[in-house]
Design a protein around this ligand. Structure first.
Ligand SMILES: [Zn+2]
Ligand SMILES: [Zn+2]
Length: 118
């Protein structure tokens, strides 16, 4: 085996509006639905060239739900949101990057804001 592809092994609603994804490497990811919608990687929400968000977080309704989750090939998940938006393909790599669990979140801001520039 040359490369291990990390895939979702299990998915569950941890709380209202909070999706939990257990990955094949054992990591338990936490994804608030509103956060996922705010960081939608589709061309309408994220600039393809700069990676900058075209939507502001306030554009997303306070109460938003996921009405459907569909696997795309073996690399991504397609979410359909209750505001009708369904063009975002959330690749597994992207989902791992935006994971909001306690293990992933405290490390990220410090690393990207200061250390990287030095
Ligand atoms: Zn989008
Ligand atoms: Zn995590």
């Amino acid at each position: 085996m040359a490369q291990t592809v990390v895939e979702p092994r299990d998915m569950d609603w941890l709380d209202k509006g909070v999706l939990g994804i257990e990955w094949s490497d054992g990591h338990k990811g936490i994804y608030p639905v509103r956060y996922l919608r705010q960081h939608c990687p589709c061309a309408a929400c994220t600039d393809e060239w700069t990676g900058e968000l075209r939507i502001t977080p306030d554009d997303v309704p306070m109460f938003i739900a996921v009405t459907d989750i569909e696997p795309v090939g073996r690399y991504a998940l397609k979410f359909t949101f209750s505001d009708g938006h369904d063009t975002g393909l959330y690749s597994y790599a992207f989902l791992r990057r935006v994971c909001q669990c306690d293990v992933c979140v405290p490390v990220k801001p410090a690393e990207s804001r200061s250390r990287r520039l030095l």
